[in-house]
Design a protein around this ligand. Structure first.
Ligand code: K1U
Ligand code: ZN
Length: 170
């Protein structure tokens, strides 16, 4: 297994649209294992392949308190979303320390392939629902700050750029 580098906003590669996985094989299972290692090490509850510069439709999540319920979603599709929406405070491993409120459908039904290539469907609510929607946005090249006003987004962009200059002086 390997720890992967997580792209930091505003890296333009975070805005690439991921391609469907053609076959769930050993190559894909290695990516999944590396993504779990990276997500757990970063103390995240989810990670999309886009964030580790792999532009394929792969998501890993674990929203359990014990961190013992890993879930893989390959080629995920939302087949149903509730009309009622809920506001949640979101974070992102590509924007460490930045949190803001985003409104999304409360409940979703998602269809995906697991790590064996078998199709499954889950109904998600609460943090799992928010997390899966946030990760599916990543696969579309969308970051949670894209849901905020341009004013807030530009402030966050400046903060991230300043932080990156301080870490890596030119
Ligand atoms: O995509 C990511 O960068 C992972 C992200 C998932 C997420 C968490 C919360 C709301 C929406 C999406 C994170 O894991 S952020 C960091 C985190 O560990 C966390 C934040 C809020 C609640 C629980 C965990
Ligand atoms: Zn994120």
């Amino acid at each position: 297994m390997a720890l992967l580098d997580i792209l930091q906003y505003p890296d333009p590669r975070l805005h690439k649209v991921a391609k469907p996985v053609a076959a769930v094989d050993e190559r894909v299972r290695t990516i999944v294992a590396d993504m779990f290692e990276t997500m757990y090490a970063a103390k995240g509850v989810g990670l999309a392949a886009t964030q580790v510069d792999i532009h394929e439709r792969i998501i890993v999540v674990d929203t359990s308190e014990q961190r013992d319920q890993p879930m893989v979603l390959i080629n995920p599709e939302i087949v149903r979303r509730s009309t009622d929406c809920k506001e949640w405070e979101e974070g992102c491993l590509s924007l460490p320390g930045i949190y803001d409120k985003v409104t999304r459908p409360d409940t979703i039904v998602v269809r995906a392939l697991d790590a064996r290539g078998e199709a499954f469907e889950i109904e998600a609510d609460g943090l799992l629902s928010v997390c899966v929607q946030h990760e599916m946005d990543h696969l579309e090249g969308k970051v949670f700050v894209d849901h905020l006003s341009a004013l807030k987004r530009n402030r966050i962009k400046s903060r991230m750029r300043k932080r990156q200059r301080e870490v890596q002086p030119a």
